[in-house]
Ligand binder design. Structure first.
Ligand code: PLP
Length: 452
């Protein structure tokens, strides 16, 4: 299968080519050239293990990776998840279930894609003999998951920038207590935006970024989206025939990455009734779906920090399908958005998608209510999804992080702080981080000295 760009000015790429470049050269995002119809295969997939299902699904797209190699890479990617079902479905009551996506190495759903991405990079590096230096900026979960995807791998190094003092102590420990020589956690004296700006500027220095074979990890890589389709499929396959007809997936959303994966799976012929996009107080997507207007504002820090986002980068993929695959129009809309920060859609067809919005007060009260009703502790991101659930549907709520990652917010709501053995272990380990000024030259010098 080939992959095309949402902006229509890139030659079709193979799976491994699209994986390697991430962003399409014309500035767009990769999508499959055509969407496969997987409906005829669903009957045979019901009893597969998570890793076997993932292999079967990805094989449809990764046609330039030999089957046995793909199988090995996928199995290795989910071997470090601590729950035997990888993505267990917990029933709370007849109308509410939780899909736990936090049993990976960094206890957030980003492990599903980034463990796989790390192993795929390793495979490519093995074929080409070339090394890779991953450069990124993080405000928390993505950085930790990317680091654990490449931990100790040959021919690879990770340089992860984060704002000193502005991420949670546990998130910092996940990045700085790895003990691996190829991981470099750079604590910048500045904000997340400063870190992000420096990264962009380093990638724009093509001579430097090519010399050191720099690569970005962010939510735009198509492989991340495809890896995330699998847990929706896995959950759906476990439902009874009746429940399959009434299920709505409810997804805490910032970048539109996670929910887009579910929506795309449905477009491939899996009959899912609906998806609910749950935002926090940074509600740009909620406003878009209720008014048709996309208006970029300023980020308001919330109790669910991994969703504190205004520009939802994966939205462009959804837009491509909204516009019937008209890449000229995609370019026009993206240009307008980038230059004016706003766009008003005349027709916005989203019959399978609904939205909700949760303030910090809602997050706290949802956390408390879920704990009091079911004795079940959710994290603040997952708490956004417990807002205004549909009365007649079966809601499957995607739990995107383990509650122990956010002890302060939970302690304030239910007067107890959840723990996790992996995080307790981190507290005993040595922190290794590099304090650097928010200065491009200083960061380039650091990278140049340590790139592999
Ligand atoms: C990244 C993240 C989200 C948001 O996911 P998107 O793909 O950006 O929509 C939600 N919850 C947690 C815990 C996250 O780490």
């Amino acid at each position: 299968m080939k992959f095309i760009s949402t902006r229509g000015q890139t030659e079709p790429h193979s799976f491994t080519q699209a994986l390697a470049v991430g962003l399409a050269p014309d500035g767009g995002l990769f999508l499959p050239e055509h969407l496969p119809d997987i409906a005829p295969r669903l009957g045979g997939w019901g009893n597969l293990s998570y890793a076997d299902l993932c292999t079967e699904f990805l094989a449809i797209f990764a046609t330039d990776i030999p089957d046995e190699v793909l199988n090995r890479i996928v199995h290795r990617s989910y071997a470090h998840f601590t729950h035997p079902q990888i993505a267990p479905l917990q029933s709370l009551d007849v109308r509410t279930s939780v899909l736990e996506l936090f049993h990976g190495p960094t206890l957030a759903f980003k492990d599903f894609a980034l463990q796989l991405l790390g192993n795929l990079y390793e495979y490519q590096g093995g074929l080409s003999g070339r090394s890779i230096n991953v450069l990124g900026a993080t405000s928390g979960d993505t950085g930790a998951a990317a680091i654990h995807g490449l931990l100790g791998k040959p021919r690879s190094a990770v340089f992860m920038l984060y704002p000193e003092g502005r991420i949670s102590p546990l998130q910092e420990r996940q990045m700085t207590c790895t003990g691996a020589d190829n991981i470099h956690a750079l604590a910048i004296d500045g904000s997340f935006d400063d870190a992000q700006r420096i990264i962009k500027s380093i990638f724009n220095d093509h001579t430097f970024s090519q010399r050191h074979r720099l690569s970005a990890v962010n939510s735009i890589n198509l492989v991340r989206v495809l890896a995330q389709c699998v847990y929706y499929l896995y959950a759906w396959l476990q439902l009874s025939v009746t429940d399959r007809r009434r299920v709505e997936f409810v997804v805490p959303t910032g970048n539109f990455g996670n929910i887009f994966a579910g929506w795309l799976l449905a477009e491939m012929g899996v009959p899912i009734l609906g998806f609910k996009l749950a935002t926090n107080q940074n509600d740009i997507l909620h406003r878009l779906f209720t008014t048709g207007e996309y208006r970029i504002g300023t980020v308001q820090p919330s109790l669910a920090p991994s969703m504190d986002i205004q520009v939802a980068s994966n939205f462009e993929r959804f837009l491509y399908y909204q516009l019937g695959g008209d890449t000229t129009q995609v370019r026009q809309v993206m240009h307008t958005l980038q230059t004016t920060g706003t766009y008003q859609f005349a027709h916005f067809d989203h019959s399978t998608l609904s939205t909700s919005r949760a303030t910090d007060a809602d997050i706290t009260s949802n956390l408390r209510r879920v704990y009091e009703t079911y004795g079940y502790i959710i994290d603040p991101h997952t708490a956004c999804a417990f807002q205004d659930l549909h009365p007649d549907r079966l809601s499957i709520i995607l739990a995107t992080a383990h509650p122990a990652k956010f002890p302060a917010a939970i302690g304030a709501a239910i007067k107890q702080e959840p723990t996790h053995a992996a995080l307790e272990d981190l507290k005993l380990r040595l922190v290794v981080k590099h304090r650097l000024p928010a200065d491009e030259a200083a960061i380039k010098a650091f990278i140049a000295a340590r790139a592999v």
